[in-house]
Design a protein around this ligand. Structure first.
Ligand code: ARG
Length: 452
């Protein structure tokens, strides 16, 4: 008898070049736990509906546990002639149980099986990433707490703009990763719909109970249309989109910290353990972790493009093209997981160079906008106030001084000079979500509570 699960229809063997070309075992073997989990639920359901005896189902469940333990122990011998992980496990089951093993695939196809495995895997991946992102948020919140009193220059266009509290700065990243977590949680809802029972594409004439399988595998609901199931990879695209956005957030942050760790900026003391040196220049301390984080982002966004191109021209229902989903999905996840896992300790162990920051904090007219607002508060129309302060800044450029150094008579109302200087400027903020000290303090408290 053929080793192939589909050998009956074929008179000769498969060309070895085709076997090498069509195999997926080299990358889908990592689905084995999920494949076993799905098969055990399926076997138990088959017993409930009378397609297997209770004893047969028990034998199958136990044999699958043993196969899982063998794979854990590195004892499964992978062969490209057996195509994929689903076939390897089924063959191993048949080798153990004979005819009982031959009954497992009743009312099931690899088409619904592979989506089920992939959804179970994606669900775990989402949960794991959520924990890692929570750790990363904790690192930002810890830094916010540790550096709360420090005033940083806030930038737009990478030009000095307005002062911000360091705590406000660190909490901005906590917000971005919060949205990423919420997006993942939303994506999980679409992941958590059971495909199994769609069979090849049209369902089955056998009396399967999909609701029972749903409950066993903790899916929220059962996919309604079997034809849709075998072609649906929306969940994989959505997940990789979520991953791409996490990667983009990390990449922007990494770029910022690469810049902040230059001699020119010198805002950060990166931990030695997260930097590397140069083989020729003895003084170098390079931010390779940050650079690789920025660089690896390209792979993740590339994986998203790959998946879009994969699905864009596929007719219903299953097409073998879909086997190519896994390399993109796995690589995107592994890459982001690696980036987030290393970002969290890097953030916790990085310190602001407070003296360097403080020494230059009065440069760059960070207080100009507050001065304008002080004039507005005294009844000067906004556009006029903007022009007045613009003229004062031009005067400072000529005199090579700061706004606070200008003589009081140059100001339309001399008392607005009290708004000048970065500390006064910062203390003047008051709006919701602003860098106002009381507002930042309140939000810091909320974050600590949220991430407890
Ligand atoms: N290895 C395949 C995949 O990953 C299994 C799916 C079913 N194969 C098939 N010829 N119907 O997509």
């Amino acid at each position: 008898m053929s080793q192939k699960t589909w050998g009956g229809r074929f008179s000769g063997g498969t060309d070895s070049r085709v076997e090498a070309f069509t195999e997926s075992i080299s990358f889908d073997k990592r689905l084995y736990r999920h494949d076993i989990q799905g098969s055990q639920a399926h076997a138990r359901m088959l017993a409930e509906v009378g397609m297997l005896t209770a004893q047969e189902a028990e034998q199958i469940v136990r044999a699958l546990d043993d196969i899982g333990a063998d794979i854990d122990a590195g004892k499964m011998e992978y062969k490209i002639s057996l195509e994929d992980i689903h076939t390897h496990i089924e063959r191993a089951l048949i080798a153990k149980l004979g005819d009982t093993g031959r009954k497992l695939h009743t009312g099931r196809s690899r088409n619904d099986q592979v989506v089920t495995d992939l959804k179970l895997w994606t669900r775990d991946a989402i949960d794991e990433l959520d924990s890692l992102l929570t750790e990363l948020q904790r690192s930002f919140v810890e830094s916010a707490e540790r550096e709360r009193g420090v005033i940083l220059p806030g930038y737009t266009h990478l030009q000095r703009a307005q002062p911000v509290l360091a705590a406000h700065y660190f909490l901005a990243y906590a917000e971005k990763f919060q949205r990423d977590r919420e997006r993942l949680a939303d994506c999980r809802k679409r992941v958590n719909v059971l495909p199994l029972g769609a069979a090849a594409l049209a369902g089955t004439s056998l009396p399967i109970d999909r609701e029972s399988v749903r409950a066993k595998l903790a899916f929220d609901s059962v996919a309604r249309n079997s034809l849709d199931v075998s072609s649906d990879r929306d969940f994989a695209l959505e997940f990789v989109f979520c991953l791409s956005l996490v990667a983009a957030h990390l990449s922007g942050w990494a770029e910022e910290w690469v810049i902040w760790s230059t001699t020119e900026f010198n805002f950060l003391e990166l931990p030695d353990a997260f930097c590397t040196g140069s083989s020729i220049m003895p003084h170098k301390k390079n931010p390779d972790v940050l650079e690789l984080t920025r660089g690896k982002t390209g792979r993740v966004i590339g994986a998203l493009q790959q998946l879009f191109l994969l699905v864009k021209g596929l007719p219903l229902a299953y097409n073998r093209d879909l086997q190519e989903d896994k390399t993109a999905l796995f690589d995107a996840f592994d890459t982001v997981q690696g980036c987030v896992a290393v970002a969290a300790p890097l953030v916790s162990q990085t310190k602001l160079r407070r003296e360097v920051i403080a020494a230059r904090i009065e440069d760059g007219f960070l207080d100009a906008t507050t001065l304008m607002e002080a004039l507005i508060a005294r009844g000067v129309p906004m556009r006029s106030a903007h022009e007045v302060v613009g003229n004062l800044v031009r005067e400072c450029e000529q005199r090579k001084c700061r706004l606070a150094d200008l003589p009081a008579e140059l100001f339309p109302a001399p008392e607005v000079k009290a708004a000048l200087g970065v500390a006064n400027s910062l203390a003047a903020f008051r709006s919701y979500g602003s860098t106002a000290p009381a507002e930042v303090e309140r939000q810091l408290g909320e974050w600590k509570e949220r991430l407890k």
